[in-house]
Design a protein around this ligand. Structure first.
Ligand code: NAD
Ligand code: DAU
Length: 339
């Protein structure tokens, strides 16, 4: 079996590559990634030594190059992680989000159609459901919750989801979609909340909390997300959407305080800054469908996952320090300099 993974040099895609190489030692994993600012070959260093792994530095919007890869590699399954993934960047510059997240998805699905109606899985997000109020803990996103987006990022992901379902209905492409909550774990790019706070705390730099820090996110250890996708591509029902989440809601401020405590840093580093425009209040996934239909349950408790994550960042300083010493510095200044 050959599984083509796009975006494998990024956070979740990279973890998925390692999960698949470990869980299916007879599979070939073909990774396609154009290495944007968020893609790191150092993430794939160990995978590159595996004879079952091959890497193509290719843009998913480059139709000709993608078709050539399909001709050469003949994938049985495609899992599309490649995306622009950071909400704050989408607020600054929506265009690349529409291009990669929607048109790139179209190219990948066209290739699946052209080369034999190949099984296609779209990695989507709970953000397509918009947000929930903070004072209604009884409400959750189900697969029936209407699409209702807030940011250019979530709108681009929702656009892609609709296109995926349209390709299923119109052309009979065998698709599935997973909509997952916030992931955390190794190889998480340090522009996102948890790794950014770990990196800043270790450097005794201010910890920039948007607004009052009350917004709730439903955190899932990345390995659990990878296992969910593995299950869906093998046992998921064609044409279906699966929500993935672990009922682990936490306010941003509590996460930041926990990181301070774990690293032995003072909470005085916490700095409240201007809120994100259109900031979603609460995400909360109801994972009943994937549990009852496919038997998936999260295995890593947050208390263990955050320990493992902090330990990983402490043991892999070179990975993230290389990132934050490069163009990331300009990004950080632009985003946080006058906030
Ligand atoms: P990431 O930003 O860490 O990685 C994205 C990867 O895609 C990078 O390696 C980048 O180089 C690559 N890429 C970007 N544009 C590309 C293009 N045009 N062609 C080829 N490669 C390209 O993202 P992530 O956090 O790992 O997210 C992966 C996927 O999971 C995304 O689709 C995202 O929407 C979805 N998702 C993320 C989360 C989360 O918490 N991070 C939760 C749910 C869903
Ligand atoms: O829910 C799934 C989504 O989770 C994915 O689809 C996205 O790709 C992923 O980036 C993530 O989106 P969020 O916007 O929730 O993640 P982020 O880490 O950017 O922010 C988490 C929360 O922390 C959010 O409420 C904003 C807040 N925040 C973030 C940063 C970077 C801060 O308060 N300060 C910060 O510096």
């Amino acid at each position: 079996m050959t599984v083509l993974v796009t975006g494998g040099a990024g956070f979740i895609g990279g973890n998925f590559v390692y999960h698949m190489l470990g869980a299916h030692s007879d599979y070939k994993i073909v990774c396609v990634d154009c290495l944007t600012y968020a893609g790191n070959m150092s993430t794939l260093k160990v995978a590159m030594e595996n004879k079952n792994f091959v890497f193509y530095k290719t843009d998913i919007c480059d139709r000709e190059a993608i078709y050539k890869i399909f001709e050469d590699e003949k994938p049985d399954v495609v899992v599309n992680f490649a995306a622009e993934s950071h909400v704050d960047r989408s607020i600054e510059n929506p265009e690349i989000f529409l291009k990669t997240n929607i048109l790139g998805t179209q190219v990948m699905m066209d290739a699946c159609r052209k080369y034999g109606n190949i099984r296609y899985h779209q990695v989507s997000t709970d953000e397509v459901y918009g947000d929930l109020p903070l004072d209604r803990p009884d409400l959750f996103f189900t697969e029936q919750t209407p699409i209702h987006t807030s940011s250019p990022y979530s709108s681009s992901k929702a656009g892609a989801d609709l296109l995926v379902l349209a390709y299923h209905r119109t052309y009979g492409l065998p698709v599935t979609i997973s909509r997952c909550s916030n992931n955390y774990g190794p190889y998480h790019f340090p522009e996102k909340l948890i790794p950014l706070m770990i990196a800043n705390a270790l450097a005794d730099k201010p910890l920039p909390v948007y607004g009052k820090g009350e917004n709730l996110r439903d955190w899932l250890y990345v390995e659990d997300h990878c296992k969910a996708i593995d299950l869906i591509i093998h046992k998921g029902k064609i044409g279906e959407v699966y929500n993935v989440g672990g009922h682990n809601e936490m306010a941003n401020i509590d996460i930041v305080k926990l990181i301070c405590q774990k690293l032995g840093k003072s909470e005085d580093l916490i700095t409240y800054v201007a809120d994100r425009k259109g900031h979603d209040l609460r995400y909360a996934i109801d994972p009943t469908k994937i549990h009852t239909e496919l038997g998936w349950l999260p295995e890593t408790k947050f208390a263990d996952g955050i320990e493992k994550t902090i330990e990983w960042y402490l043991n892999n300083k070179e990975w993230w320090q290389t990132i934050i010493s490069g163009e990331y510095r300009d990004y950080y200044e632009k985003m946080y300099g006058n906030r």
